[in-house]
Design a protein around this ligand. Structure first.
Ligand code: SIN
Length: 282
C-alpha cells in the first residue's frame, strides 16, 4: 500500500510517553507507506510498542536493518547463532536482572546507539514489566534558568563501573555479560542534546552511565545529577509496559530512559535485543 492508504493504527498507552502500534505484521516486508507511518511515530514519540509479533531471529534482524545498521553490543551474551542479537535473560535461580535501573543504552559510547528493538521471547506469568521515561518532557519541564545552565554543560559517561573489570555486578551476571576488558573508553556528551531527527531538545544524562559533569568532580556533580534524575523520573513522565511473548518495545535512546523491573524471582524471562547505530550528539 502506498500514499495515504496505510491502515496502521497508533494509540498512546499513557499520558507520559509511548504509543502502541497495531494492525501491522512486522514479519512481512513493510510497504513504504507503513514504514513511513511507523517511522514518524518513532521520531515523534521516541517509544513505540507492538504486540503479537512472533518474528524469527532473521525477521527481527531484517526489520531492524530497515532502520539503521545494527550495533553489536560488546558486553551482552548473544543469542546462539545470532551475533547481531543480544540476549537479556534471567533464569528462575538468578536474582539479578540486566537493565534493572534507569538508563539509556550505550551513552558510554562516543557515538551512542540510536535505539533498541527488544522482542519478548519468554515472559514470567506476572511481573517483568519495563518502565520508560520521556527525556523531552524532562527537559521541557525544567525552569528557564536551569535549562540555560545545563545547555552550557557536558557530562562524562562510562561503561567501566557497569561492565568493566572492577564492576560490582561482574560476578552476579556470570555468563550473561562479558568482555569486561572492552569497557575502557568514556564519552563526553552535552547535557542537553538536540535530537537529530525531531529537532527537539532532550535531557541526556542517566543514572546508569553518567559519572559526572565535565570539569566537575563526582561529588560536586552528585547533587545536581540526583535532582535531574528525580525530576526526569516523575511518574507523570513515565509509562509502564506489560510484555507478553511476541511483544516489542522499540525505544529511542536519545529521547527516553528505560528500567527493567526485577519483580519475578523464580521465573524465567528471555528477551532478544537488537541495538541500532546512531550518530554524534550535539
Ligand atoms: C535493557 O535494559 O535493555 C533491558 C530492558 C528489559 O529487559 O526490559
Amino acid at each position: 500500500m502506498e500514499g495515504n492508504m496505510s491502515a496502521v493504527e497508533i494509540k498512546p498507552i499513557s499520558g507520559g510517553v509511548g504509543v502502541e502500534i497495531s494492525n501491522v505484521d512486522l514479519s512481512k516486508e513493510l510497504s513504504n507507506s507503513d514504514f513511513s507511518t511507523i517511522r514518524d511515530a518513532f521520531i515523534e514519540h521516541g517509544l513505540i510498542f507492538f504486540h503479537d509479533q512472533n518474528l524469527t531471529p532473521e525477521q527481527h534482524i531484517e526489520f531492524a536493518e530497515r532502520w539503521a545498521p545494527i550495533n553489536i553490543n560488546r558486553f551482552f551474551a548473544k543469542v546462539p547463532g545470532y551475533e547481531k542479537i543480544a540476549e537479556v535473560r534471567k533464569e528462575p535461580d538468578q536474582t539479578s536482572n540486566i537493565g534493572g535501573g534507569w538508563h539509556t543504552d550505550h551513552s558510554y559510547d562516543q557515538i551512542p546507539a540510536m535505539g533498541s528493538i527488544l522482542l519478548a521471547r519468554e515472559t514470567p506469568p506476572i511481573g517483568g514489566d519495563t518502565l520508560f521515561a520521556c527525556m523531552y518532557k524532562a527537559y521541557e519541564s525544567l525552569s528557564p534558568g536551569l535549562k540555560k545552565t545545563l545547555e552550557a554543560m557536558n557530562a562524562v559517561h562510562s561503561s567501566r563501573h557497569v561492565f568493566g573489570e572492577q564492576s560490582a555486578y561482574k560476578d552476579e551476571f556470570g555468563e550473561r555479560l562479558g568482555n569486561a576488558s572492552a569497557a575502557t573508553q568514556d564519552a563526553i556528551h552535552p547535557v542537553i542534546i538536540t535530537h537529530p531527527e525531531s529537532g527537539r531538545k532532550a535531557l541526556y544524562v542517566n543514572p546508569g552511565f553518567t559519572i559526572h559533569f565535565e570539569g566537575w568532580t563526582a561529588a560536586e556533580s552528585k547533587p545536581l545529577l540526583d535532582y535531574l534524575y528525580k525530576h526526569a523520573a516523575t511518574l507523570e513522565n513515565t509509562t509502564r509496559f506489560q510484555w507478553r511473548e511476541g511483544s516489542i518495545a522499540f525505544w529511542d535512546n536519545r529521547a527516553t530512559w528505560h528500567y527493567a523491573l526485577n519483580d519475578y524471582h523464580g521465573e524465567r524471562r528471555v528477551m532478544h535485543r537488537i541495538t541500532l547505530d546512531g550518530g554524534p550528539l550535539n
